[in-house]
Ligand binder design. Structure first.
Ligand SMILES: [Zn+2]
Ligand SMILES: [Zn+2]
Length: 366
């Protein structure tokens, strides 16, 4: 087996080229990327082995000179370093692709992070939430510093690629099969160095500001509703995208109307005469105006009537109807009676001579 062919490099390939090719092939044949593929696993092992030999100058020389088999640890006349098993153990199974190769990405690209998303509450009156409103909220965001345009370097200067790590953010030492990486001590893993920090942001590239953001609250907004405004959170780092803004509605409670999903519930006092005889009553509706509700004779306490479409506007799209107004009957029993009223009721009591608890006792006895 020709180890150069395994790594797909020429016999006079430089260490750099060998490492690059190894990374590419290891990534390609890594078991995580080829679950259950025995052939890929074999190739992965071959690539590991070829790299072990060719990346160690001594071993590479021996291999170039020898007519010896170099696959496996025997034949070289001296024990080879680690074998595949050790490699596997060291990384806990095959290790994770990101663990092994993530560090090879350019640090500046790695730290190109999306800005933080920010959540703010907006307090709304009952009426505003019902009708919908455009309002302004103060949002404490990190914005790109205007002085240095977010670079963190004083105007007229620019961040330098770290000369120590070449912008990779890590320093690596080759340890046989794989490179041991530690964050670069010179740049702290950033991959770049700011020699003259911007005085406004202190080199951070971002400054804290209270930004006023216009928010459109849709009609029918519920308490606790989350409105997402993409890109209005904190600025990203190193040209990364801005985070999002989430506005959470806090709707004040109404003394009369209670929200239940898209419906409103209103408890309406009904006199015992109206309940007994039936009546047409006026009921207030959320957002103003009234609706008429017909109570049939013999309406019970707690009975609910639904007035279709008199509730909250639906916030969902696609032609959904408005919510409903639920009218709940609250029976009012008079505490005082005029003499004439008392006489009428006493006559009624005699007339009806009813036993309303008959059923109750029947159920208890049986
Ligand atoms: Zn600045
Ligand atoms: Zn560095």
């Amino acid at each position: 087996m020709d180890l150069y062919k395994v790594l797909e490099v020429s016999k006079d390939a430089a260490q750099d080229e060998i490492r690059r090719s190894y990374r590419r092939l290891a990534r390609k044949y890594h078991p995580d990327a080829n679950p259950g593929d025995k052939r890929a696993e074999e190739r992965f092992k071959e690539v590991q082995h070829a790299y072990e030999v060719l990346s160690t100058p001594e071993k590479r020389r021996e291999y170039d000179e020898g007519p010896r088999t170099f696959f496996g640890s025997q034949g070289a006349g001296q024990p080879s370093g680690a074998n595949f098993q050790d490699f596997s153990d060291l990384l806990g199974g095959f290790g994770n692709l990101g663990d092994i190769f993530g560090r090879s990405a350019n640090a500046a690209q790695r730290t190109r992070a999306k800005g933080e998303s920010i959540t703010v509450n907006v307090r709304l009156s009952f009426e505003d939430a019902l009708r919908g409103v455009t309002t302004r909220v103060g949002v404490p965001v990190e914005e790109a510093c205007g002085e240095c345009r977010g670079t963190g370097a004083a105007p007229g200067t620019a961040p330098l690629t770290c000369p120590e790590c070449g912008g990779r953010g890590v320093q690596s030492r080759d340890q046989g099969f794989f490179a041991l990486s530690t964050p670069c001590s010179r740049c702290g893993g950033e991959g770049r160095i700011i020699e003259k920090p911007c005085t406004v942001c202190g080199g951070n590239g971002r400054v804290r500001r209270n930004r006023q953001v216009k928010v459109r609250i849709p009609a029918g907004a519920k308490d606790g509703m989350k409105v997402r405004i993409p890109g209005r959170g904190s600025a990203g780092r190193r040209g990364g995208p801005a985070g999002d803004l989430y506005v959470v509605t806090r709707v004040e409670e109404h003394p009369v109307f209670r929200r239940r999903g898209d419906d409103f519930v209103v408890e309406v006092p009904v006199s015992f005469v109206e309940a007994v005889l039936g009546a047409q009553i006026e009921v207030p509706r959320p957002g103003g105006g009234t609706v008429r509700v017909k109570l049939p004779a013999g309406t019970q306490d707690g009975k609910q009537f639904k007035v279709r479409g008199a509730g909250a506007p639906r916030t969902k799209k696609n032609g959904a109807e408005n919510g409903n107004l639920i009218v709940r009957v609250g029976l009012v029993v008079p505490k005082k009676l005029k003499r004439r009223e008392r006489e009428i009721l006493e006559a009624l009591a005699e007339e009806r001579d009813e036993d309303v608890r008959q059923d109750l006792f029947k159920k208890v006895r049986s």
